[in-house]
Design a protein around this ligand. Structure first.
Ligand code: SF4
Length: 908
């Protein structure tokens, strides 16, 4: 720990700290323009120069290590003169003239060069006629979101640092050297041919108006307020500030959250606010006229009275279990808690579920069975920083969890080995040390093969197995038949690659398994999940940093929807409906007798409606007519209902089938919390008022409970979280007040958090598993339910793309995202396309046993021979008319990842 003197004050700093870091620790202010903490310290702006005793020349503070006994002066006449000269030089490169001046620049008021010039009294460029400022360069603005004006560029290279070291996208580069240094920012006509993801981390890093989000044109920094909140798209849980001008959100700025460290992806930065102010937001309750079939505006009293009367009548006539409710996994924990409470205390049923049923229900069930808790074991930062190997199974984080993808790219560039197990050549497969291109639906065989090799080659952790697990003998016997050769045949991979992957993973000290829907969305999805924990247990990779089994949850608060008890089998905090003591506790807390029979799962509800068992359904913020498999049966189920209520922001495809539509409010219009994929409970905060006529969802549920005879007071979201904490042991230490406190410092709290002084639990299963001993679950490989045949010879797998989220209710209202990716496509292998006479870009008819759609062919070898892939986002050409109704045998998750199809070219 070197000691040095900064402006006469003696301070101690960490070994390796720079003078700049030391000065900032001492409270001294040193100007910088090219420095970006943790990213770039190239020292090119020369503004951070300081005087160091014994050195005649000035020294750059940003990249000079603080040494024992150094005597540093950060402010002196000499330094001020130097900095003035440097600012004058920078202004000489910064083309200001009668057509472009500070007042007309979108960064006016937020420009760091402007601020420093003002602070140092610099008003004129040092030179006015050199090569650099006579030649005006064209502004590049073809990207829908980003604009680069090279005339305002001071060549600080912070944007290049952000692209290369933050986003790890390597799209921006520098050109030439010295005074001619320029930035190659690909925002001209060719931008779509580059690897640019439009994430905007470069614009956030730019100190001037050179590289900006175009939307900055509509505001100036002194006109706006900022509200810290959590991104509403994927479950990475990125923190950012909503920038508000005159009651409208005009921009988003990345914040230093625990899972994103300032990074954002294109959806978070550019796709998270246009929908808030969309013209087609619902602004009044709607009741369907039974004669005309048309919706008619209604008052809140009319709509809520009708909802309560009809649900009460159905309950009276057919019993409480004729009703069901689906929670919104995009909404806040507090909303979801009240929704499930409404189902249980007012409807009187456990028929309540959320969209985890169609994505990570196998994770919840499978990991609960083997580990005792169905959630990610380690934090994102822990499994992407300082790890030896990452094994990524059925997960494409660059598209579905982009900020996690950026961190995995960074880890690989730092030397972490990467094993990708995925049928497609996803982006990260190109960076992988081993890509196991398994056939869709063969994850269990792959994992059993890995285990076979680990056992055969003595790679297992015998002490861990003996002390902390059970079921090993049966499991070891089962995997004996999964020789590399047999598994190679099942999975269509090379046996030697499987062996190499097993050695790489098992021998690593720190090696997390990260997986996603490629593991879960199968008829044997729960087995797939348990096979992930089997592999990690075999090598003792639980309960320690850089390890574990880590399901990347999909939607922003799908983790919270499960935590809050929007599950037919569980009260909040995974307290079982079948446990009499638990039900007794909730009866005492809520003051009514409760139903003790587990409810129907969401994927069973539509069939139950067709069969006449479910009569009334309340859908909160989900659009099953876009997102569920086999849409024909979903539509039949909705049409069979006696009464359907939808609470949403927009008149979605599902809402069109409703009898009553209730306008709720969006994440930026309410207080509350989301729980991200790493079990981190983080705040969302109200930044703008909701549209007149829309009401908070908690108010809606409370009104319905009261009108159905359950006396529920109107509570604030903070009050609701206090109630959650009272009935949920794993949330007992969580409150809004604590989340907002200096103690938590914006880092959220990771459950289990069992008391007001509990720090939360970053890593689970330390010392002991939640269930006591970890369970090896011996599961044989079972083929997918629907396999290719003569009539339907191709396999279809579905998934997400970078630019949209789920049914696009939010992202499609950002025009720039539609410009980049606005319509359905199907990836087809080159061989399969050739045999069908299909060329890249052709329109094709895609059909399965359940339906047919038209889409556009993307021909390449990204998918394997006999395999195809489609995104499920688009209304036009929605692949869910094709997908299979096969469900996971245990938790009824649909088999989105395998169905049999055929394609043919559509004649022009
Ligand atoms: Fe939002 Fe996910 Fe993108 Fe982060 S990675 S900005 S949470 S969509």
């Amino acid at each position: 720990m070197p000691k040095l003197y900064i402006d006469g004050a003696c301070i101690e700093v960490r070994e390796g700290a720079t003078i700049l870091e030391a000065a900032r620790t001492a409270g001294a202010s040193i100007p910088t323009l090219c420095y970006l903490e943790g990213v770039s310290a190239i020292g090119s702006c020369r503004l951070c120069m300081v005087e160091v005793e014994g050195h005649e020349a000035l020294v750059a503070a940003c990249n000079t290590t603080a040494a024992e006994g150094m005597v540093v002066t950060t402010h002196s006449e000499r330094l001020v003169a130097h900095r003035k000269a440097m600012l004058g030089l920078l202004l000489s490169q910064h083309h200001l003239d009668s057509t472009r001046y500070c007042f007309s620049c979108s960064k006016n008021g937020a420009c760091e060069l402007q601020a420093l010039c003002r602070a140092y009294g610099v008003e004129e460029p040092l030179f006015t006629s050199n090569e650099c400022n006579t030649e005006r360069k064209p502004v590049l603005d073809d990207n829908p979101f980003l604009r680069y004006d090279p005339n305002l560029c001071i060549a600080c290279q912070r944007c290049v640092g952000a692209c290369n070291a933050v986003a790890r996208n390597h799209t921006l580069r520098t050109a030439q050297h010295g005074v001619r240094t320029g930035i190659l920012a690909p925002f001209g006509p060719e931008w779509k041919q580059t690897t640019c993801e439009s994430c905007g981390n470069c614009a956030q890093a730019c100190p001037t108006g050179a590289l900006v989000e175009k939307r900055r044109d509509v505001y100036r920094s002194w006109e706006v307020t900022r509200t810290r909140t959590t991104c509403p798209h994927c479950a990475t849980g990125c923190q950012y500030d909503l920038v508000v001008k005159d009651g409208r959100i005009v921009d988003v700025e990345g914040a230093n959250g625990p899972s994103n460290k300032g990074r954002l992806c294109v959806k978070g930065r550019s796709g998270s606010f246009d929908f808030i102010h969309a013209e087609d937001r619902l602004r009044t309750p709607l009741i369907k006229n039974t004669q005309t079939g048309e919706f008619e505006p209604a008052s809140w009293d009319e709509a809520l009275d009708l909802v309560a009367t009809r649900f009460s009548a159905l309950k009276e006539t057919y019993g409480p279990d004729s009703l069901a409710a689906f929670a919104c996994s995009r909404s806040a924990n507090e909303d979801i808690y009240l929704l499930q409470k409404m189902a249980r205390v007012a409807f009187g049923t456990n028929n309540v579920d959320n969209c985890a049923r169609v994505c990570h229900a196998p994770s919840v069930a499978g990991l609960a069975r083997t580990l005792g808790s169905g959630a990610m074991t380690n934090p994102i930062a822990d499994i992407t920083n300082d790890v030896d190997v990452i094994m990524l199974v059925g997960s494409n984080p660059e598209e579905a969890h982009p900020v996690v993808g950026m961190q995995i790219r960074a880890a690989v560039e730092r030397g972490t080995k990467l094993i990708v197990v995925d049928p497609r050549k996803i982006g990260l497969a190109h960076k992988a040390d081993i890509h196991l291109r398994v056939r869709p639906g063969t994850n269990v065989a792959f994992s059993n093969g890995m285990a076979h090799v680990m056992l055969r080659d003595g790679l297992i952790d015998e002490a861990f197995i003996a002390q902390r697990t059970e079921g090993f003998a049966e499991y070891a016997a089962m995997v004996e038949s999964y020789t590399p050769e047999r598994v190679a045949e099942i999975c269509h991979i090379r046996a030697e690659d499987l062996v190499a992957a097993a050695h790489l993973y098992a021998r690593a000290q720190k090696a997390p398994i990260i997986y996603c829907l490629g593991v879960t969305e199968h008829s044997s999805g729960t087995d797939g999940v348990m096979s992930m924990s089997n592999m990690a247990m075999l090598c003792g990779k639980f309960g320690k940093p850089g390890c574990g089994v880590n399901p990347l949850r999909g939607q922003n608060n799908v983790q919270g929807a499960c935590d809050m008890g929007a599950l037919p089998t569980d009260f909040p905090g995974y307290q079982k409906v079948t446990n009499a003591a638990v039900v007794d506790k909730f009866e005492a807390a809520w003051g009514v007798p409760l139903n003790r029979t587990p409810g129907l799962m969401a994927t069973e509800v539509f069939d139950a409606a067709i069969e006449g068992h479910i009569k009334g359904l309340f859908i909160f913020g989900e659009d099953q007519v876009r997102t569920d498999p086999d849409l024909n049966s979903v539509v039949r189920g909705l049409e069979a209902l006696d009464f359907l209520v939808v609470d949403d922001l927009f008149l979605t495809e599902t809402a069109k089938y409703a009898d009553v539509v209730l306008p709720g409010i969006a994440y930026a219009e309410k207080e509350g919390t989301f729980s991200n994929t790493e079990r981190r409970v983080q705040r969302i905060r109200k930044a703008v008022e909701p549209p007149c006529g829309a009401m908070p969802d908690t108010w809606i549920f409370t009104e319905i409970m009261n009108r159905m005879g359950y006396a529920q007071p109107q509570l604030t979201p903070a009050d609701i979280m206090d109630e959650i904490a009272r009935v949920t042991p794993s949330f007992a230490g969580i409150s809004h007040a604590r989340l907002d406190s200096d103690e938590v410092a914006g880092n959220g709290l990771q459950w289990p958090c069992t008391s007001a002084d509990h720090p939360g639990t970053p890593i689970m299963h330390v010392g002991t598993f939640s269930r006591g001993k970890g369970l090896f679950s011996a599961e044989e490989y079972k083929p997918s339910k629907e396999r290719p045949c003569d009539d339907y010879p191709l396999m279809l797998t579905t998934g997400r793309i970078l630019y949209h989220y789920n049914a696009t209710a939010m992202t499609s209202r950002t025009e720039g995202l539609n410009q980049i990716a606005g319509s359905s496509f199907i990836e087809v292998n080159t061989h399969d396309a050739e045999t069908r006479g299909i060329k890249d870009g052709d329109r094709v008819m895609v059909y399965s046993r359940r339906g047919r759609i038209e889409s556009q062919a993307r021909v390449s070898d990204k998918t394997g021979i006999g395999e195809t892939w489609m995104p499920f986002h688009f209304l036009d050409g929605n692949c869910n008319w094709l997908t299979s109704d096969a469900l996971d045998y245990l938790c009824k998750c649909p088999e989105y990842k395998v169905c049999a199809i055929e394609i043919e070219k559509v004649d022009a």
